[in-house]
Design a protein around this ligand. Structure first.
Ligand code: FAD
Length: 320
């Protein structure tokens, strides 16, 4: 009996969700009075294993095969690891990659799979929580099986930080290269010159309160003055005022910046689902009852067209 978590990396960096899986895994392993194993597959597995050596991890299995994510390699390696370790719980990231291989692994191992899990209550049976109806309802599911696979939503568990003393073991997997259905040939940036809002430390996010497309330069200037990246709520993208890769939320991106400045954003559940993991949330909204104030650490209840130029100037910029 063990808990097995599978780390995720992209282009040479471990993704934050890997450390969140460690936290979730060690809580579950402690409740079940069992071990936590972490698997890291492909890329700089030795370097990744060192970074993943956090408190509560008993063993880290490294599977050296290729540089980047590959469905066949991941699915094959995890199946072999499960055959060896027979884990009670298989914890995977609820990411594009995780959702690519999780069903294949769960299907092959005949494990019940619950995706997009935001909480786990160990017990017999284990209970897991998901959000439904765009985050308006939380539903608890009993997983009536001794063994199960879960994909965990990013930002729901704090990342594991304290160093640990795990054993690091190389795990050899036989991969038939000819049988791989897909091969990663390289990467292309989504749009030349554009940015990945999930990497930003500071985000200025603009919502419908901005009124018109011609006012977007005002928040661009605010982002410049704060050395921040510009993101938005969905209506801004639906209107075609910013590209889709700037959208934060349930149908956009999940972001975890140090500071998130919400300008003219009401704080609908679908938006909050994408930014509630920010360390500090600042809201500028003229409506004191806007739901964004339920989660904001700081708020300025005023007309953004009055406030934003003053903030720009206070930070040495010049309002357009
Ligand atoms: P609004 O809700 O219209 O809020 C505008 C705010 O600006 C108001 O609170 C108002 O008080 C304030 N304001 C207006 N004028 C000023 C001013 N002059 N100064 C200061 N404040 C002002 N939304 C997302 O953002 N991301 C998603 O990924 C997403 N996915 C969705 C998925 C589904 C299935 C569904 C059904 C919806 C989704 N939505 C998403 C839409 C979501 O429900 C909201 O409609 C949306 O987030 C609202 O965007 P907003 O806050 O910019 O606009």
């Amino acid at each position: 009996m063990t808990v097995l978590a599978v780390a995720e990396h992209r282009r040479g960096d471990l993704r934050d969700v890997s450390f969140e899986l460690v936290t979730a895994g060690r809580e579950l392993a402690a409740d079940l009075e069992t071990d936590l194993a972490v698997a890291v597959i492909a890329g700089d597995v030795e370097g990744f294993a060192e970074a993943l050596n956090r408190e509560g991890v008993d063993t880290i299995y490294t599977v050296a095969n290729g540089e980047e994510f590959n469905h066949g390699v991941y699915a094959g390696a995890i199946k072999e690891l499960c055959a060896e370790l027979d884990p009670t719980a298989l914890l995977l990231p609820n990411s594009v990659n995780g959702l690519d291989y999780a069903p294949a692994v769960a299907g092959a191992l005949e494990l019940p799979l619950v995706t997009d899990v935001i909480d786990i209550e160990s017990g017999e049976p284990v209970e897991v929580v998901r959000e439904q109806y765009g985050g308006k309802v939380e539903t608890a599911y009993e997983v009536d099986s001794e063994r199960y696979a879960l994909t965990l939503r990013a930002t729901e568990w704090p990342p594991a930080e304290s160093p640990g003393d795990a054993t690091i073991e190389a795990f050899d997997v036989d991969v038939d290269e000819d049988a791989l259905g897909t091969t990663v040939k390289g990467f292309e940036e989504v749009a030349s010159g554009d940015v990945d809002i999930t990497d930003a430390d500071v985000l200025v996010s603009v919502g419908r309160g901005i009124g018109e497309e011609e006012n977007i330069p005002l928040v661009e200037e605010l982002a410049d003055a704060l050395d921040a990246t510009l993101s938005s709520s969905r209506p801004i993208v639906d209107n075609g005022w910013l590209p889709q890769n700037r959208q934060v939320g349930q149908s956009g991106k999940v972001v975890t910046p140090d500071v998130y400045v919400a300008v003219g954003i009401s704080g609908a559940v679908q938006h909050v689902a994408g930014m509630k993991g920010a360390d500090t949330i600042v809201a500028i909204n003229s409506d004191p009852n806007a739901p964004i104030y339920d989660i904001a650490d700081y708020g300025i209840v005023d007309d953004l067209f009055e406030v934003v130029p003053q903030v720009i100037e206070a930070f040495g910029g010049q309002a357009p």
